[in-house]
Design a protein. Sequence first.
Length: 180
Amino acid sequence: MEISLQGIIEIISYEGICLYPYLDSVGVWTIGAGHTASESPDPAKMPKNVAITMDYAIDLFKSDIKRYSDPLNNALKVSVTQEQFDALTSITYNIGVGGMRKSTFIKRINNGDSVSSVANAILMWNKPKEIMGRRGKEARLYSTGQYSNNGKALVFPVNDKSKPVYSKGKEVNVFELLGE
């Protein structure tokens, strides 16, 4: 399977977009829509006061997401719906391929456990605490097929300490950014 356009919009809405390298809530250098050093280029090595373009941020995301959906496909031994695949791609993008491979949610899916049991396992990934809003949306998407966003994402600046300033962010239409 491949992530759907709605799934891409969902993940970008969770991640937000920052055109400058920044330190996320757990101290990981990040840029664009969740791009980290697990892919190239390494945001920690990028100039801190030089922005990337919005097009480049979207291109990075499109390149990165495949590195998460392909291993997810390999880990799944049973069929899932498109919405479930999108939810699973989202959490994999956030926790990494290694986390996904050893996760309880993948074990439960492959064991044929109930949808609610899988959703509860998604909610086990509860650190840092500020991730729980996203986890709830991923669990709901997995359980009900209901996407949570309105197609909008926050584009936010950083302060002089490379920390996000969400309060000064502006909403953008992700559908338009993707050229759809």
